[in-house]
Design a protein around this ligand. Sequence first.
Ligand SMILES: Nc1ncnc2c1ncn2[C@@H]1O[C@H](COP(=O)(O)OP(=O)(O)OP(=O)(O)O)[C@@H](O)[C@H]1O
Length: 625
Amino acid sequence: METKQFKAESKRLLDMMINSIYTHREIFLRELLSNASDAIDKIYYKALTDDSLTFDKDSYFIKVTADKENRILKIIDTGIGMTKEDLENNLGTIAKSGSLAFKSENELKDGHDIIGQFGVGFYSAFMVADEVTVISRAIGSDEAFKWESKGAEGYTIVPCEKDSIGSEIILKIKDNTEDESYDEYLEEYRLKGIIKKYSDFIRYPIKMDVTESKLKEGSEDEYEDVQEEQTINSMVPIWRKNKKDLTTEDYEQFYAEKHYGFDKPIKHIHISVDGAVRYNAILYIPEKIPFDYYSQEFEKGLELYSNGVLIMNKCADLLPDYFSFVKGMVDSEDLSLNISREMLQHDRQLKLIAKNINKKIKSELVNILKNEREKYEEFYQSFGRQLKYGVYSDYGMHKEELQDLLMFYSSKEKKLVTLDEYVARMPEEQKYIYYATGETTERIDKLPQTEMVADKGYEILYFTEEIDEFAIRMVMAYKEKEFKSVSSGDLGFDADVDNETESEEKENKDLFDYMKDILNGKVKDVRVSKRLKSHPVCLATDGAVSIEMEKILNAMPNNQNVKADKVLEINVHHDVFEALKSAFEQDKEKVRLYTNLLYSQALLIEGLPIEDPVEFTNDICKMMV
Ligand SMILES: Nc1ncnc2c1ncn2[C@@H]1O[C@H](COP(=O)(O)OP(=O)(O)OP(=O)(O)O)[C@@H](O)[C@H]1O
């Protein structure tokens, strides 16, 4: 009999698993029970939607049996079963989606990270067993197959006998070692405890033969051990339970059981609506970004149940893109079991539910922001970018809804602040909400353009993500205060400043015109700066496109070569300007040298490349000798 190898990556993961990265070995049972429940979900759904199949609810169950003597633990289900191909495809490969390939070698070494990223599922059995056998017969098939594996070496599949449809997972529990006892996974009380702890909400009975001490028949004081089959789990799905009877831990268990994520959610939202549309929902706001969140592979959506029966794993229509990080499920008795994906999109009930859910998520986020600031900031670090995309997308259609959830780093507070907080502390004479763009807060801190605005005592919001300025252009104004870049042509300061600059502008017109000629189309204008204090020069922009936007747009594939209207601003109160002026009177060649140098400096400050680095260094050398 040929032993097949696990796919290479699976083998590595399996090795890690067996050498136990997981501290809670007991979760293997949760994983196997959850698979069994999924398999019954599938057959149950089929039976309900296919008239040719009859069903009897009592025949759907999961059974756990333990044989201490032979160290065998079995998990038997009456689910949909697996064909030979299923066994091969589902149990021969870990992470079919290729998500493992996505991870780098380095990360692979750190098992925690990997395990944290996706369902360990079936393979967790190897944490407690040195041999795993799966006997399965798929629905509609007369044949059964046996899959067997001792771990990393590989697996075999052979035909076998099985009377009924479903699967049996047979674990040969490991022998105890010096540091580790595995006996407990064969103990009745321990198994019962694990089932209760992690799998109480599974909707099908999880049965076990339990030994109870009972009064002997006909006797009043003599007891005997009697074995009887008991259902261990309560079977009431968590979403049908009363919120009052549930603890945060219950919700966290459900989150883990469902593999919504491997972090601890920062918040759960339990909704029970009994109005125009009836539904229950449990939603979670995760703490950590799934590794593929900002990639094409990520699929948003909530699990959708129709009266307790799972009809869709990821119903995308229930969540807007900007809340795509939300995980969870919705169960409604008003939805048809047979509804197709296409029909769902137009389903009135579903639209109502989606609208409702959207509102709830928004109000919950506002609540967290108000009452649990630290938690919100943690959330915002992970998903703030998504909210900003939400503001920007669909031509700003959702900006009203989302703008209160936005935060930006503040020059004054040195932390994230909301727009509301910013506006509330604006001095009366301040007309605009000022912002500055750059790669990091440290770099923006040093930007010459921020000098005057900061000197006036105005707070500046720092935009460090590409999407920031685009999103804010959509918002346009918050509480009637417009946004203004510290690099924009007109800063909206008082008239005195304007008058003063105007006269300086006139006075130096010839020099500026001369400089503009030297720069030969590279800038739209050369002007007196209103914003500089200690720096000699900077770039500003006129018009709608900022320098930061120019950079981003031009980095995109098929860029349109968008150009910002750049203006070279000169600080006329700086000593450098005096040098420039006297050169203009005595030595025009020097003006050319200075102008080119000043322009290159302004580019460097903006994080833009110097057009001709060799010429730049030559110019500096000329200055030195
Ligand atoms: N008892 C079972 N009956 C039928 N199919 C099963 C059973 N156990 C596992 N499978 C199949 O094997 C696949 C792999 O299972 P595994 O637990 O490793 O991952 P998963 O459940 O798909 O993903 P995750 O654990 O991340 O939710 C399942 O998707 C399912 O198709």
